[in-house]
Write a protein that binds this ligand. Structure first.
Ligand code: ZN
Length: 271
């Protein structure tokens, strides 16, 4: 499939990561690791069945549009991967087996089967390293209080089982922002079944970005998971973005109340 000596991403292809609204002055930095269905030409179609090529296994359906809406509402920088998670899942560390999955739920990924260590390393270097460098630089450039928010979507049915939860607020070691958003949910998205650490949790390895980039900085953080059937059209996406922006606004005020009081009193909080 791929010439071992050829670059994974050739010069004509988009870079593996982009930052939208990099100068955004809001308090959130948004991340969308599963934003894209793109597969580099060098990998063909990864051997996917045509019916699976744009399935949820390939990307988080609706997540980038939702993240863009949040970026606009919150004036937030948005770091988005531009390569499918089946090429490399930027929300997994290189040592994780499912960083380059050969099977995703019921979907086989023949192009990921039996990869050599060199082929795996090429994916890490072409996709994951640029992504983590970009996110690190975006966070390094921040001045003032900042939170990290990752934006995802999930399938309504998984291995044949319907999922009742509509909106999941997931955390790693630091629950502050997730707890504050959950408290704000009834006021902003009252119709949704919103839960903490659902439909999966940190024990499933899904909070890598939070753990790698936010927890070591002491930065409040949350992973937002939205049922993708709520993101099926522009109106649905706008409604969810609007509600989440309201929840985040309330939660940010709670998280930074002390720093804001210090600033108002001229004491210069550290954020
Ligand atoms: Zn995702």
């Amino acid at each position: 499939m791929q010439d071992a000596d050829a670059p994974l991403l050739d010069g004509d292809e988009a870079p593996p990561v982009e930052v939208l609204n990099p100068a955004g002055r809001g308090r959130a930095v948004l991340v969308c690791e599963h934003a894209s269905s793109a597969v580099p030409a060098a990998l063909g179609d990864l051997g996917l069945h045509p019916d699976d090529r744009l399935s949820h296994a390939v990307w988080d359906i609706g997540a980038l549009a939702l993240a863009r809406g949040l970026s606009a509402a919150l004036d937030a920088p948005l770091v988005a991967a531009r390569v499918s998670r089946l090429v490399y899942d930027c929300n997994r560390p290189p040592e994780a087996a499912d960083a380059i999955p050969a099977q995703s739920e019921r979907i086989a990924v023949p192009g990921n089967r039996g990869l050599s260590p060199a082929a795996r390393a090429a994916r890490v270097e072409a996709v994951y390293r640029p992504f983590e460098r970009c996110l690190r630089a975006t966070l390094d450039a921040r001045r003032g209080p900042t939170v990290l928010v990752t934006v995802h979507s999930f399938t309504p049915v998984y291995h044949g089982q319907p999922r009742a939860v509509d909106l999941g607020l997931l955390h790693d070691a630091d629950p502050r922002l997730a707890d504050a958003m959950l408290a704000a949910a009834p006021a902003h998205l009252p119709a949704l079944d919103t839960r903490l650490n659902a439909p999966y949790d940190a024990g499933d390895g899904v909070t890598h970005t939070l753990r790698a980039h936010a927890v070591p900085r002491g930065m409040p953080n949350v992973m937002i998971e939205v049922k993708n059937s709520l993101l099926g059209d522009a109106g649905g996406i706008a409604a969810i973005a609007d509600g989440l922006a309201g929840m985040l606004g309330t939660a940010l005020a709670a998280c930074f109340a002390d720093a804001d009081a210090d600033a108002a009193a001229g004491r210069g909080g550290t954020g």
